[in-house]
Design a protein around this ligand. Structure first.
Ligand code: SF4
Length: 459
């Protein structure tokens, strides 16, 4: 159904939309021309370039209609769970109950980008004492105050313990504004001591069994809160079904990532792949629809790979990307500079790994939560990056720092040093604010420099 893969503007997409509709394209209820989202204030969309497949159109429409979905869920009597900071654990539990819908309030960190600062969320955070010395997740505070971007959840959870200072401060400020939060604690993951009983976590790290037990006990408090919100028990069988569905999402993403990162020609651009990966965190408020969106995307990518078509040239520089970008446009920029993404570590690798199914479900979920790259050391994170870089055949690492983020003040240096030493590939660190308009020339120059270095090294 798709023509030659191309990246097109929003205006071109709207023309293409009319053509596809006339040709008989069917869409889900949340479908429609992408340009309509600009009327909601999402003005950054006008500056992005998009993949021209119906699968990508569906992905974008799914992403950009989440707020409507949440409001409809509430109108239909469902309870909303705001799962903060765990990036993938509580949503798996919440979606095991039909009457709950979990979402990711932290996702508000992209609103300043998508609405080009027009929503005023950062100013609200400023007025609450959370200024630009904090990372862009502070936009979440503004979203809670205005209630203009997501409904206030019926249950709000937040992981604490091995949590960055930024989020810890922002969530406490939110609590101070009167929002009740169920805090659950996760310890900093450490290597087992000699002779200490240890377990292997999804993704390959190991941790002391006592830490897994502690997380399991914390998650049992979350389970009780979810049961209370749903007004019914959440038994092991339901959790196992929830885990099986989450694993379907993860398997689809696994296949999608492998094809997208290893095909000779890039079959799906970095921007769409970033959005697809983000679906793993909380299923964009509809787990079943997430599966359909990813299946269609995987079909498209598989077709392109089989046909030997794709984006960019075959000699595009293969770059492993670390950390999500606050300004989505930078993913386009990488490709304009001659690079392509071949491997990612967007802070939530634990939401991509399969959850063990041969274990009791709470044990499996605790192990998954403890595999979170952000609760371990930067050295652990680097080890995972090195392994994935080799798996995907990337030729360089690009670490995109998030302004003000306490998690990555020095992390980039540690990761960069380990990657250079073990893989002998160039490493570039850049900082990406919510809007990069003023710094795009500098960013381009630096990324082009990396691309040239890669190509030079090939000779
Ligand atoms: S500092 Fe990093 S980990 Fe913490 S909220 Fe900001 S981006 Fe997320």
């Amino acid at each position: 159904m798709t023509e030659t893969p191309r990246q097109i503007t929003l205006e071109q997409w709207d023309r293409e939309y009319g053509r596809l509709r006339e040709a008989g394209m069917t869409e889900p209820a949340y479908g429609g021309p992408l340009g309509r989202h600009v009327a909601d204030g999402d003005t950054r969309l006008q500056k992005l370039r998009y993949d021209n497949s119906p699968a990508a159109l569906r992905l974008w429409n799914f992403l950009l209609t989440e707020e409507d979905r949440l409001r409809a869920a509430r109108d239909n009597g469902k309870k909303l769970v705001g799962a903060m900071k765990d990036l993938g654990t509580v949503p798996v539990m919440a979606y095991s109950l039909d009457s709950l819908v979990a979402f990711y309030p932290d996702g508000a960190w992209w609103i300043p980008c998508v609405m080009e600062l027009n929503a005023g969320l950062l100013q609200i955070a400023d007025s609450l004492g959370i200024d630009e010395s904090f990372c862009p997740v502070r936009a979440m505070l503004g979203a809670f105050v205005t209630e203009a971007h997501f409904p206030i959840p019926d249950l709000l959870t937040c992981s604490v313990g091995a949590t960055c200072d930024d989020f810890s401060a922002i969530a406490q400020r939110l609590n101070g504004l009167g929002h009740r939060i169920l805090w659950w604690e996760i310890p900093h993951r450490r290597a087992p001591d000699p002779g200490e009983e240890a377990v292997t976590l999804p993704g390959g790290f190991s941790a002391p069994k006592s830490q897994v037990e502690s997380v399991k006990s914390e998650l049992s408090r979350v389970r009780a809160a979810l049961e209370e919100a749903a007004g019914r028990p959440l038994d092991d069988r339901m959790l196992m079904n929830g885990i099986a569905e989450a694993n379907r999402v993860r398997r689809l993403l696994g296949r999608l990532r492998r094809l997208a990162f290893t095909a000779p020609l890039c079959p799906m651009p970095a921007l769409e792949m970033l959005i697809a990966e983000m679906l793993a965190i909380h299923f964009c408020s509809d787990r079943d629809a997430t599966i359909l969106v990813l299946e269609e995307l995987l079909d498209e990518v598989s077709r392109r790979v089989a046909a030997g078509t794709g984006h960019l040239s075959a000699d595009a520089a293969r770059i492993f990307w670390v950390n999500p970008v606050a300004d989505l446009q930078v993913m386009n920029l990488l490709e304009e500079c001659g690079g392509r993404v071949c491997g990612t570590e967007y802070l939530f690798a634990h939401a991509l790994d399969a959850i063990p199914t041969a274990l009791p479900p709470m044990e499996a979920l605790a192990r998954m939560a403890l595999a979170d790259p952000m609760v371990g050391s930067a050295t652990d994170r680097a080890a995972r990056i090195v392994a994935d870089l080799r798996r995907f055949g990337a030729e360089a690492v690009l670490i995109s720092r998030i302004p003000g983020a306490s998690h990555c003040a020095l992390e980039g240096e540690i990761i960069g040093a380990i990657v250079r030493e073990q893989c002998d590939v160039p490493v570039l660190e850049i900082e990406v604010p919510s809007i990069t308009d003023a710094t795009q020339a500098t960013l381009s120059t630096r990324i082009e420099g990396l691309v040239e270095t890669i190509k030079e090294k090939r000779r």
